[in-house]
Design a protein around this ligand. Structure first.
Ligand code: FAD
Length: 456
């Protein structure tokens, strides 16, 4: 990239550094209007810790807060695009001290796979996780209500449950060294009114200044979203317990997604690999209730909720190691036009759950987070790499495009959840006798998994 493009880009946007005409030396790179020297890592460390320093505020160009799914993609994206092509280094701040080790699985549909293919990690993950051929829906007594093959509905459909831990590690492995700073929890964020830069302060007192952009990917409890004026996510009226069963002798299931519908309780299980099965239970609860941190207690609660249900579900719960069991209150945030703040403020932009938490009833929260990553990275790259418009315009255009995608999906996921959580016996009888077997058309139900994206 020419130095002209870089300097005109900085001049074109409102995040113009106050010292753009002089060389800036910071920890990773050296800029000047005439020359750009990209940082070349000296060692193989991929992750490191940002210690509190007594020196001045550390300067960065692109700071990404959080290291969940989106963040690692952004990191992958921005670091590969901005860092390698442009030479603008990005930094990810993550509050945890390492990548999440436990956790269960995510069902990824064809839109999620499209993004993973664009990033070049799709095939590596495909070799590890089984492709689901179809879906079967049963009652809690085991009576089949509906069964279909994904390819009959949409030949391009691809559904696999992917272990979260493996997904994160695979994405992390694609990153340049020293990309993620662990034990770096954001405590405070503000815009410097004089320079337009975003100032970040961590809980350990370390300070950073982001000259170009801060991407807020800090999940459903996003502190950045709160700072931007977003309301807290709303509880949807049901909770979920999830786990990842381990069958050391091999799991016995066909490669199919299985749903079981009861009254006010529903469950499902998906074979993940030859030895692992992901399962979940959703149950109604008037309030989220206290946080239960003991996995054994959560397991007992899960078994109580589905006592006498089909035995394959009960066996999976029994075979689940404690560290993979978790319980979550399901929440979402509807991005009402004009009432909800825009996706960006100054040099700060949101993505994934930080912006649009949605209930998992369509299995789309993670898939949409992946889509966000691609769309924002492309738009930022166009602005930064090719000087096509300002970064501010790129963030606005990203917000407009993604809002039209995620707002209806968030509502739809919520409504589907409420319908499936029906408790009334008469209503459930109509659902099981008429609606699911005779009325529900699967094709339109999966149309939301269409996502078009050009290669990078
Ligand atoms: C029960 C359940 C089932 C689900 N099933 C599916 C599914 O089948 N398919 C699917 O596509 N989606 C599913 N989802 C949704 C999916 O999990 C999320 O949409 C996805 O994880 C969002 O990714 P993210 O990167 O935005 O946030 P997260 O994955 O939550 O990552 C946020 C990161 O930010 C870090 N962080 C937070 N605050 C700070 C801070 N102050 N400073 C520094 N770091 C911080 C956190 O430690 C974390 O690493 C499900 C969700 C639930 C609850």
């Amino acid at each position: 990239m020419s130095s002209k493009t870089l300097s005109s880009l900085f001049l074109a946007n409102k995040f113009l550094p106050p010292y753009s005409s002089t060389a800036i030396n910071h920890q990773k790179s050296t800029y000047s209007t005439n020359k750009f020297i990209p940082y070349k890592p000296q060692n193989g460390n991929k992750f490191f810790c940002l210690a509190k320093s007594n020196s001045d505020t550390r300067n960065e160009d692109v700071v990404i807060v959080g290291a969940g799914i989106v963040e690692l993609l952004y990191d992958n994206e921005t670091l590969l695009m901005l860092y390698e092509r442009l030479g603008i280094p990005s930094l990810v701040l993550e509050q945890s001290d390492s990548l999440r080790e436990g956790g269960t699985s995510l069902s990824l549909f064809k839109n999620g796979w499209k993004v993973l293919d664009i990033l070049g990690v799709g095939n590596e993950l495909r070799t590890q996780f089984l492709q689901m051929q179809g879906m079967t829906i049963k009652t809690d007594e085991g009576k089949e209500l509906k069964s279909f093959e994904f390819k009959d509905v949409d030949p391009s459909q691809e559904v696999r449950a992917v272990e979260r831990r493996v997904l994160l590690q695979t994405l992390a492995d694609a990153l340049p060294p020293n990309s993620v700073q662990f034990s770096s929890k954001l405590a405070k964020i503000e815009t410097n009114q004089g320079t337009g830069e975003t100032q970040l302060e961590l809980t350990n007192g370390a300070k950073l200044s982001a000259k170009v952009v801060v991407i807020g990917c800090d999940g459903i409890r996003s502190q950045i979203a709160r700072w931007m004026g977003f309301p807290e996510p709303k509880y949807a009226g049901h909770c979920a317990i999830r786990g990842l069963a381990v069958y050391s002798e091999g799991q016995p299931h066909q490669p199919r997604v299985s749903y079981i519908y009861g009254r006010g309780v529903r469950a499902g299980f998906v074979p993940v690999s030859p030895t692992k099965v992901y399962w979940f239970i959703c149950y109604n609860r008037s309030s989220p209730g206290p946080k239960i941190s003991k996995p054994l207690e959560v397991k007992r609660q899960a078994l109580d909720l589905v006592r006498n249900w089909p035995s394959e579900l009960l066996t999976s719960i029994d075979l689940t190691p404690e560290e993979t069991i978790s319980r979550a209150a399901l929440e979402d945030r509807w991005l009402w036009p004009t009432l909800t703040p825009p996706v960006s403020k100054g040099g700060v932009v949101l993505a994934g759950d930080a912006w649009h938490p949605m209930t998992p009833n369509l299995g789309q929260g993670g898939c949409c987070a992946l889509e966000d990553a691609i769309v924002l990275a492309k738009k930022l790259s166009r602005a930064i790499n090719h000087g096509q418009g300002s970064i501010e315009d790129a963030m606005k255009s990203y917000g407009d495009e993604r809002w039209a995608r995620v707002f209806p999906l968030t509502i739809r996921a919520n409504l589907v959840g409420n319908l499936l959580q029906w408790e009334n016996p008469a209503v459930c009888a109509v659902r099981n006798g008429i609606v699911i077997p005779k009325v529900v058309q699967i094709g339109p139900l999966l149309e939301h998994t269409n996502f078009a994206s050009e290669p990078l």
